[in-house]
Design a protein. Structure first.
Lengths: 129, 129, 129, 129
DNA sequence: GTGGTCTAGACCACG
DNA sequence: GTGGTCTAGACCACC
């Protein structure tokens, strides 16, 4: 599990972390039952405040993504893959639709939109042989 | 010019308004020299605080999109179409790329991504005869 | 709306506040659309840290109880009465059942249990004329 | 003596164990002089950390419920039934009152409260011939 | 004025 | 060691 955050982005650090964990669970890189890094450990790795990581774990627990056992750590919850896939896919699709709508409103040619998407998808083509 | 804002969205009201004006200028729905609604008039129409609209006009003037003549209103500046197209297209493409990257990270199939874009683009096909 | 917290209790201050707000919404003392005290104002009233109140509002927003508009305050969300009634009633009934089960396990006479409940219910009888 | 713990509950494992022992003593299922399972044996049975069980026995000894004889185990202390009944009954009644008060605050009908208690008490009616 | 976020550091209970 | 909570105080953006 590699996490990378960028404090300069508009989206809060905590949401960046949470989103990447959701993606990893949706994608299967994090499996049910697996243990996550400790709050303090991850905070040290990412150079953020432990409270920030604690907030992430707390939020993800409310969403049913994590199961946190005080004293022993945070774990990927059963059934979380489904939850994360649903939520993440919906969020991504909504973002895609919003961007496309905006492009149309701004007068971007449909081909230009599709080309941008295709170019961005290109490097990942090898993932589906 | 029809503006529609949604106070519930995460993006600030002021940015929603500014973006739609930029899009309209980029797309040609608002032409150079054209006069914009008054601050107070637009604020009343959109049911937002006049300060919010004033901020939008101020920001857009800094970007070179508007030219405000104290006492007589705000007008679309010369050369603003170019500015808006550049900025809007870049923003839209960045949003598209970000959304695609996230979809890939979450394990969304590339076809699913392209299908979502195509579906969203479908209703607008008539615009490119 | 009168809120009373007790820092000595085992249940966290933030949960005490959240629970009382949920109860008030469930009971109708707080109606949809009504504005809640500001984070800083309520914190001052209750002699707690503003962050504690902010956490409460944030949690309640995730539950769909509140709708918070940055810059203008927190409001009771539409449909929240239903949510709160469901959740609060379920929580209360679970607590009742747990307490009864424990009483039975400890050898408390059933009549003694019912008497305790009835005595506690007595002072509130006037609420249902 | 059957003990059942649930690590997912909010109440600490150690308190779950201690409470059940107190209830058993209060109810007479554990009589004065009787020997309790060894720390390590009980820990193995319940799949918990031996430190947790050791803490329970230590706490219960302070309360006067147990008497531990180093080298030979832990025994139910003389006069412990009285102690446990007092303490357990008080705790149960307090929990009942708290739950009832909360139900009233949330707008639960008094009948609904009494019905919930009665339903929960029903299956145990046979215990009082 | 409003809420949102983050940092810093403390304390507690559990294992 | 673990997470949970609270306090304190800072900064930001929005209205």
């Amino acid at each position: 599990m590699r996490l990378a955050i960028d404090p300069r982005l508009a989206t809060p650090i905590s949401e960046q972390i949470a989103e990447q964990i959701r993606f990893a669970v949706a994608d299967g890189r994090l499996a049910a039952g697996e243990r996550l890094p400790s709050v303090r450990g991850l905070a040290k790795d990412l150079l953020v405040n432990p409270n920030t990581v604690a907030k992430v774990y707390r939020d993800l627990e409310r969403e049913g993504v994590l199961r946190t056992k005080p004293g022993s750590g945070a774990f990927v919850a059963d059934g979380s893959a489904e939850i994360c896939r649903e939520r993440s896919f919906a969020a991504v699709k909504a973002a895609l639709r919003l961007a496309v709508e905006k492009g149309v409103a701004a007068g971007l040619e449909p081909q230009e939109i599709e080309r941008t998407v295709a170019e961005c998808l290109g490097p990942h083509a090898a993932r589906v042989p």
